[in-house]
Ligand binder design. Structure first.
Ligand SMILES: Nc1ncnc2c1ncn2[C@@H]1O[C@H](COP(=O)(O)OP(=O)(O)O)[C@@H](O)[C@H]1O
Ligand SMILES: [Mg+2]
Length: 300
């Protein structure tokens, strides 16, 4: 739909909404789903995802953080909490998603996962339907849903990334990290879902190091994939990150004035600016509907 048509339609809906006193419902937007990912492990996704979620919630956004690393789920450890239930209790048991989600620090929410891969794609149809339905409700409830993924190109990881609204790819300055990030971007965007690609350099020791890493990736994506990459910023290597992990308290809370905290807060600001400038999308297929549908397409 053209932009002027979309805004005209919104005006009409708002007018009707005001008359019926349901304007708040109409303006309620779907959550923006951001998948935090990297080609290589140990780049800093989990720490970044957690501290970004907290920094975003400062802007009064309702933020849900999903532990999407089904191999090594550890967001709960970084927050110093022990969840009673995980998404596995939803899939194999009778828990609702809302019963599995727990409150984290600073008003963020966490959907915990168990450690050790469980069969996510092969779940029964009845569970798939429950997941689609209950997750769609979460998309209404939250402004932003952040998924901390596992590194690499496992099928379920690419599913999360390719079906998100945006991916945030973390790279460290090592050449292997940049090459693996390139492969991940290539595979995830090949599905043609229009996922926005953002990159962040993490654990950089100088501005030049960060710029070089980002430029290499941007150059390769421009030239070989014809993909535009949005540079979200960089996070310096900071010993306070390691100390905060030991203390099981997010670094933006434990060391708010540290350089890593300042960098993450700047990135959060940039994301919020972008979020606020986007049009409200009124109709979208639920995230898991998109994922399961894409599998049906590849089967037939
Ligand atoms: N900006 C940073 N400065 C210093 N150490 C970092 C930084 N980001 C991450 N780390 C460290 O890197 C290690 C891996 O981080 P983690 O978030 O678990 O990575 P991933 O989820 O990508 O595997 C942790 O020990 C963490 O303390
Ligand atoms: Mg991790």
């Amino acid at each position: 739909m053209k932009k002027d048509q979309a805004s005209r339609l919104r005006e009409i809906k708002e007018k009707v909404g005001r008359r019926l006193n349901i304007v708040d419902d109409i303006q309620k937007s779907h959550a923006r789903i951001l998948a935090i990912t990297s080609g290589k492990g140990g780049v800093g996704k989990t720490n970044f995802a957690l501290n970004l979620a907290i920094s975003l919630s400062v802007f009064k956004k309702r933020v849900l953080l999903i532990d999407g690393d089904l191999n090594l789920a550890n967001l709960d450890v970084l927050m110093g909490i022990s969840p009673v239930h995980t998404i596995k209790d939803f899939i194999t048991g009778d828990k609702r998603l809302s019963e599995v989600i727990i409150k984290g620090p600073q008003g963020i929410y966490l959907l915990p996962s168990p450690s050790g891969i469980f069969d996510f794609i092969g779940i029964e149809n009845s569970v798939k339907n429950r997941l689609i339905k209950e997750f769609a409700a979460l998309e209404e409830e939250y402004d932003m849903i952040l998924i901390d993924t596992a590194a690499g190109i496992a099928e379920y990881v690419v599913d999360f990334v390719a079906n998100a609204n945006e991916m945030i790819v973390l790279v460290s300055p090592e050449p292997t990290s940049i090459m693996d990030a390139y492969a991940l971007i290539k595979i995830s965007t090949a599905k043609g879902n229009d996922v926005k690609v953002n990159i962040i350099a993490n654990q950089i020791k100088s501005v030049k190091e960060g710029r070089d890493a980002i430029n290499k990736l941007k150059y390769a994506a421009d030239k070989f994939l014809d993909i535009k990459i949005n540079i979200l910023g960089a996070v310096f290597f900071d010993k306070n990150v390691i100390n905060a992990v030991r203390r099981q308290n997010p670094f933006v809370l434990e060391y708010p004035r540290s350089i890593a905290s300042i960098c993450v807060r700047n990135i959060a600001k940039r994301i919020i600016l972008d979020y606020n400038s986007k049009e409200v999308s009124l109709k979208k297929i639920s995230f898991f509907d998109r994922i399961f549908n894409s599998h049906m397409k590849t089967v037939t």
